[in-house]
Design a protein. Structure first.
Length: 87
């Protein structure tokens, strides 16, 4: 029972990171309405999300860790999408 509570508490601390990832994914899949060529799969998105998580600098402060994760995820997804955009 204690382990379940601890897991739930830890999960809640990372909820802003999950929300950021969700918003970014649903934003980029809307690009297909701008141009049919701009289609992104969930598998590709998750792959870049994991890369961003791996690249994020570790820190003992959880609030700082969440901020760093959000920043790294934003920049990684931005660069990925930006590479595929036509002028």
């Amino acid at each position: 029972r204690d382990t379940e509570v601890q897991i739930n508490d830890s999960r809640e601390l990372y909820r802003p990171v999950a929300a950021e990832g969700s918003v970014l994914f649903f934003l980029i899949i809307q690009l297909c309405f701008v141009e049919f060529m701009y289609q992104y799969s969930l598998d590709a998105f998750v792959s870049f999300l994991y890369k961003a998580i791996d690249r994020t600098e570790a820190t003992a402060d959880l609030d700082e860790r969440v901020k760093r994760l959000i920043t790294t995820i934003r920049m990684t997804i931005f660069r990925w999408v930006n590479r595929g955009l036509f002028e």
